[in-house]
Design a protein around this ligand. Structure first.
Ligand SMILES: [Zn+2]
Length: 281
């Protein structure tokens, strides 16, 4: 999970931009009537975000005189829609992730916006910038419309959860033929119980174990040639030395990237460094 700088966009202004081209006068008036409620929902969202307690926000079927279907359409047609008045804001949010990498998995390319609290159950938050996270389509689909029902079943929020300083993502080489690299999360003493549970939950919900495993296994096949040459010349210690340097570089970039964990697992396995790398297909 990667932290992203919070968008600095006023919720009410974003909402009003999105409804600015509604032609049906009755509908436009209804939309206008709830501007204050949209602003209040933003206030509540920020308060709950400060305590990482989004699960306390209540779901609803609509806001005031507007039902949830009409609110959902504000997002799908007027914000995400190619010619919608809110499209520039949509693009701005989508482009906020570094190098276009999805902050939820830290691996795949951003292709959409994910509603942290789903739009079908939280209509007041459909176009709330703080609830909209740039995401890849796999992460967006994996979460579906899951509603957090308790504190520990909340995935990590890239605008609010800073979990980048302590290592919690680890991997282990499975010393078999064919070989494999398996990922897992580990308890961090510096974090409280809830945050540790949420890290585990995030890893599970987004199926990060299988995504990282296929990337790591394929990385081994890419460096097999190099490792073989090193092994021929300097044996297992030459392989280990090379892997350690690669690990340090990845760790300097992101402590919890799959590459950091994968290189760490490779260099820590004597079996791998002593030729086990050839067992990867
Ligand atoms: Zn992703």
């Amino acid at each position: 999970m990667r932290l992203i700088v919070k968008p600095n966009l006023a919720a009410r202004a974003v909402y009003e931009t999105c409804i600015s081209r509604v032609r049906n006068k009755t509908l436009k008036e209804k939309f206008r009537q709830i501007s204050g409620s949209i602003e209040a929902a933003d206030q509540e969202y920020q308060e709950k975000s400060a305590e990482q307690k989004w699960f306390l926000i209540e779901s609803s079927n609509g806001v005031g005189v507007v039902d949830k279907d009409d609110l959902e359409k504000i997002y799908t047609q007027r914000m995400a829609g190619q010619n919608g008045p809110g499209r520039a804001i949509y693009d701005q949010l989508k482009n906020s992730a570094a190098n276009g990498i999805c902050p939820l998995c830290g691996q795949q390319t951003v292709s959409t916006l994910d509603h942290f609290l789903p739009k079908s159950d939280f209509p007041a938050l459909v176009v709330l910038p703080l609830n909209l996270i740039p995401a890849c389509s796999d992460c967006n689909k994996a979460k579906l419309d899951k509603i957090p029902d308790c504190e520990s079943k909340q995935t990590l929020h890239p605008y609010y959860d800073n979990v980048k300083n302590e290592q919690w993502l680890f991997a282990e080489v499975t010393e078999t033929s064919p070989g494999s690299i398996q990922f897992y999360t580990s308890y961090v003493d510096a974090y409280d119980e809830v945050l540790n549970e949420r890290i585990k939950y995030h890893f599970r919900v987004f199926n990060l174990g299988s995504l990282y495993m296929s990337n790591a296994n394929s990385t081994v096949t890419e460096i097999q040639f190099r490792l073989s040459k090193l092994h021929e010349k300097g044996g297992k210690s030459a392989v280990k030395y090379y892997l350690k340097e690669e690990e340090e570089s990845r760790r300097d970039n992101h402590v919890n990237s799959w590459n950091t964990a994968a290189y760490q697992a490779m260099m820590n396995s004597d079996w791998f460094c002593d030729g086990g790398f050839n067992e990867f297909k």
